[in-house]
Design a protein around this ligand. Structure first.
Ligand code: SF4
Ligand code: SF4
Ligand code: SF4
Length: 303
């Protein structure tokens, strides 16, 4: 018997949907098992089609993106109501994604920056129509509704999505591994002390040695190993886009504490090396961080 699947898109870039489409012929491994009842990114379904489905009638609900608008929150809650197994698909969904970096500022500050202050603005005003209602902050979706599984990544690899779908269709759990990108990386790591960080275009990378040991900010040590270490394998430092493994509760905090332990540098040098620490250490998961929650609490209490 086929299983009903719904694939919803909240505020996002469509990259996770693309990773599924990128399966090409491998999609045939799972497509015959599935009846697609909602996938507006690819087929012309409307919200009313999803809303009309009976509660709990969707076997697997895949949610891409995070809630930046009130309509996103509504769609997420409808997906929860209709789905037996809800999957946080991609780092936007699992952790808030890149758009969570906006939590460094209040919604008013973001709107002012976008419509009043940006250098390219010629008619400085907040539009009085056609703007959706925005959420005050971007959170990880599992902070809003219950999820049964997560497939993180920005985007997840096509194979990650296929593995998750194949398991969930048969009723098997899809659990995340507690391993890191370093565990999948072929480079030799010697845990060297770092006296200077380099930008990726600076110096000459030794392709056999760990990039972090060479002073390039590679976050593989704190990032879940699901992608096959695809960036360090081609000499590009890991930016941490898959978020942390299950045993690490706060990705950026882990990165900062680890760097503090291995960097022989004073605070001023570190500040100069990382002019955008939140962007560097919480690339896709600031929305799920303790720091974001503390900031939000401070705003609410007027601090
Ligand atoms: S997780 Fe990354 S690829 Fe997927 S929708 Fe978000 S930004 Fe796009
Ligand atoms: S290059 Fe990056 S991923 Fe590879 S071992 Fe070093 S820190 Fe880990
Ligand atoms: S190596 Fe790091 S940045 Fe690259 S895809 Fe994997 S998790 Fe993302």
């Amino acid at each position: 018997m086929t299983k009903r699947i719904a694939l919803a898109q909240l505020s996002s870039c469509w990259g996770c949907d693309q990773s599924l489409v990128d399966l090409h012929l491998k999609l045939l491994d799972v497509l015959p098992e599935l009846e697609i009842v909602y996938w507006p990114a690819v087929v012309d379904f409307k919200m009313k089609d999803l809303e009309a489905l009976p509660k709990g009638s969707v076997h697997i609900g895949m949610v891409e993106g995070s809630c930046r608008t009130n309509e996103d929150v509504h769609l997420l809650k409808v997906m929860r109501e209709k789905s037996k197994i809800l999957v946080a698909w991609g780092s936007c969904s699992a952790y808030g994604g890149v758009q969570g970096l906006g939590n460094q500022w209040s919604l008013k500050e973001l709107l002012d920056r976008k419509f009043m202050e940006a250098d390219t603005i010629t008619d400085a005003r907040i539009p009085d129509k056609y703007l959706p209602g925005f959420t005050e902050v971007v959170q990880a979706n599992p902070a809003i509704v219950r999820f049964e599984a997560a497939v993180p990544g920005c985007p997840p690899t096509s194979d990650n999505t296929l593995e998750a779908l194949s398991a969930l269709i048969t009723g098997s759990p899809y659990d995340l591994p507690d391993k890191t990108v370093c565990d999948q990386c072929p480079k030799v790591r010697e845990d060297k002390r770092i006296t200077k960080f380099h930008r990726t275009h600076e110096g000459k990378i030794d392709p056999d040695r760990c990039l972090l040991d060479q002073g390039y900010l590679c976050l593989g040590f704190a990032t879940i190993g699901l992608c096959g270490a695809q960036c360090p394998t081609v000499n590009t430092p890991c930016k941490g886009c898959f978020g942390p493994p299950p045993s690490i509760k706060d990705h950026g905090a882990k990165i900062i504490s680890a760097l503090g332990a291995i960097a022989d540098m004073d605070p001023e040098e570190l500040k100069e090396a990382f002019p955008d620490p939140i962007g560097s250490f919480y690339f896709t998961d600031f929305g799920a961080s303790y720091l974001s929650k503390i900031k939000q609490k401070g705003r609410k209490s007027g601090k």
